[in-house]
Design a protein around this ligand. Sequence first.
Ligand code: ZN
Length: 529
Amino acid sequence: MNTTSGFFRLAAASACLFVLQAHAQFDPAKVRLQPPPVEARFPPPAVIYDTPAFDAPQVGFTSYEQMMARLQALQTRPNVRLETVGTSEQGRALPLVLLAHGARFDAAKPTLMLVAQQHGNEPAPGEAVLVLLERWSAPERAQLLRQVNVVALPRANPDGAALFKRANAHDVDLNRDHLLLRTPEARALATTAARFRPQVVLDMHEFTAGDRWVTRYGAWSKHDVLLQAATTGNLDSGVYQAGMDDFLPAIRQAVAAAGLSESWYHTTTADPKAPVAMGGVQPDTWRNIGGLRNAVSILHETRGVGIGKQNLARRVHAHVVAAEALVQRVAARGPSLVDLARRADRDVSARACQGDIVVAAQQTPERRELSLVDAQTGVDRAELVDWRSSLTLKVAQTRPRPCGYWLAPTELRAVQTLRALGVQVKPLASQHTVAVERYVFENIEASQRQDGRGAIQDAGGIVKAKVSLQATRQRLPAGGWYVSLAQPLSGLVTAALEPDSQSSYVAARLIAVPQPGESDRLVRVMQRL
Ligand SMILES: [Zn+2]
């Protein structure tokens, strides 16, 4: 093939891609306009934003190519490094921007990680990250980058953004994939988190402004900002408290000072009987997995899904204000924040073989007054709702914490996935005879993962296992793998390997349930190896 025909084939392929995507991009005709009394509640901020989405003639939001051009322009600044950390399903490079003094990451300083646009139809966070990267890398902010490292993924799901849909190109919700890592996008995020070990993580989203709220209550959502820290079992209490007592209040104060309103994150469905639920308590979202990485992990959402470009400047502003408050708090805490996370790593590691782990937990049902904006009048309206709180975990099942887990030589996929999360997995060259607990699978049924709102529609669903434990001494053959809990990421290990945790590798069929008479694939190791 000569160069000219190669070029034309490439051009033809690009044109085809363009035609395909032209049907699926952001479509202003599908936007639900807010009634004027509702929209009047959300006036624009005094700040002017200038990302491509704000160019009057541009119909859509900042395109992938426009974003990359902006990031490449930033690279000429001395404190900026632009990298590629993976490739999306459709072949788009996943950009990562490091902001640090001299563009060199320094582990002695605290690190803030920003993740935007895991969901492709939530554009404001992506616009805001461009604003923040430009602002923080400007010469007048050089002092900030002497105090902190910033790691940013401005568009975690670029295919979803190009198609203007929530999930990735293969219809997987990236934000339920952070333990299983079935998508290249989630794998890239995991690798990045394992590499930089950020002490604070901000997961930036948007929530539904009208839609189901209008259907059920004849009202629109009221708050500019919804917030929630990690809420799942087995979190380090020191890190959790730092989020609740320091970082969340810092964001709340800044948001209020900017004239914006905030509340706990909550969502619901169009089903009139569905509760209004806070963000889930399962170890599968970026927020909860971040907590199990011993980071202060915060979900920050703005009121933006379904309303196109309405209130866009205000939505971007809310993300900018929140991230600005957070980075200043990270800088103020300085090396003490690094110490806090290191202490959590040590404490978590030291718990191997001791105490109990949470295997299953649920949200706590409450009644709560929800504040909405009336669709007709635009005034506040209170609705008493069935609320599912994630602030108090209803622990459904606990189990003694083993020293570690043994995986059979066949379980390479599980081993690779754990390693991609940053978990240390040791190959065992020789056989070991040790005290173990075997899983006895008493009941197996097909099911779906649940979150606060109801079932998560995973293709293929999950295996819901009921297990009991059988204590014994067992000869573990050579060639298997040992995953010790004496490591900082042990919370990810127990979430992945206890079979009856709904996000586990057995539930997801990454590890097969042994047939009667088959040997064990996974056992709990009850003594130190
Ligand atoms: Zn989202």
